[in-house]
Design a binder for this molecule. Structure first.
Ligand SMILES: [Zn+2]
Length: 337
């Protein structure tokens, strides 16, 4: 079997994907047509343009976000979008997915209803797509301020009373340039005390003082780690903090110059726990298979490397021990049959 096909068929684990950014152009077009009918609206025009052309600037890619937001303002729209995303990951042979989303209030639903709809839909997907196990990491958007973060945490804490089998951690994301991490320490400590793991976007931009503080604070996984300095990397190494590497996202956002220069290489070669993730596969027009194919070609990974990376992803996931064992068996069977 050729390598690309081998990777596509490989059972994969996705630990860093945002719901709205995971909506593919094809899915956005389907959802826009369902929502607004066949009449040619602005969203459909933008989606068709994405389908007909290959190369886009980052600004153009980011036009997908407002479309995704607009199509997920109702419970039905959110349910359809989430089911499409789970279907797409399942079709890419992702067997375990940790999905992130910020509970939002819209004119049609409250934040509580948003979170409830997401959780109900994940349970529904369990019967529709039985080959994929989906968990939720509600996001705190640090660009929205501390009051919003407190509100999100209180909604999540309430939901944890009955849904702790699905809610596994908290994601801290949003524009790091316009807020300070210091404000969020207390809330994240509360989350930790409530049995939630922490997956924090960290060193996404060049701010070594903040990265130092965040690593000292501690986290269960670090999102991106792009601008981590050698001093800060030593802290990550001491604490064995796994780093989620999103090759295409970083390249398209211009935070790394080329795949060859991506920090994945040094991390992997130095045996630091590292996972390959998509971040926003819809926006960046990628899949987890594509990310593995790029990594395999760029860093000349062997099938043994692919197996080790996949098993490591299970280890650093927030699944429980029974789930981890089940997924590991699936992966080992694929590589050793
Ligand atoms: Zn992200």
């Amino acid at each position: 079997m050729d390598m690309e096909k081998f990777i596509k068929n490989m059972p994969k684990v996705e630990l860093h994907a945002h719901l709205n950014g995971s909506l593919s152009t094809k899915t956005l077009l389907e959802l826009a047509t369902l929502e607004y009918g066949e009449t040619n609206n602005e969203f459909q025009t933008i989606c068709r343009n994405f389908q007909q052309n290959q190369e886009f600037s980052l600004d153009e890619c980011f036009k997908k976000f407002p479309i995704a937001h607009a199509l997920t303002t109702t419970k039905d729209g959110l349910r359809r979008a989430l089911l499409s995303v789970i279907r797409d990951f399942s079709q890419d042979n992702v067997v375990y997915l940790e999905l992130r989303t910020t509970p939002k209030s819209t004119t049609k639903m409250s934040k509580v209803e948003y979170l409830e709809t997401v959780l109900e839909t994940i349970r529904l997907a369990d019967s529709l797509y039985p080959d994929i196990c989906v968990k939720l990491l509600p996001s705190i958007d640090r660009s929205k301020g501390i009051e919003m973060a407190k509100e999100t945490m209180s909604i999540v804490t309430e939901a944890m009373k009955t849904q702790s089998d699905l809610i596994k951690g908290i994601d801290l994301s949003g524009n790091p340039a316009i807020s300070s991490f210091d404000e969020y320490g207390k809330i994240l400590s509360d989350a930790k005390n409530n049995n939630l793991k922490l997956a924090l976007h960290c060193a996404e931009i060049d701010n070594s003082d903040e990265t130092y503080k965040m690593l000292q604070f501690g986290m269960d996984r670090c999102g991106h780690g792009t601008f981590i300095t050698s001093q800060n990397l030593n802290i990550a190494k001491e604490k064995q903090i796994p780093i989620e590497c999103c090759l295409t996202s970083n390249l398209k956002c211009g935070t790394v110059k080329s795949y060859v220069e991506h920090h994945f290489k040094n991390l992997y070669q130095s045996n630091h726990p590292v996972v390959l993730c998509t971040d926003d596969p819809g926006v960046f027009d990628t899949t987890l298979s594509d990310e593995f194919i790029i990594a395999q070609k760029t860093f000349n990974l062997s099938t043994k490397d692919l197996e080790l990376l996949s098993l490591k992803a299970v280890d650093v996931s927030f699944a429980d021990s029974v789930e981890k064992e089940f997924i590991k068996q699936k992966i080992s069977k694929y590589f050793n049959d």
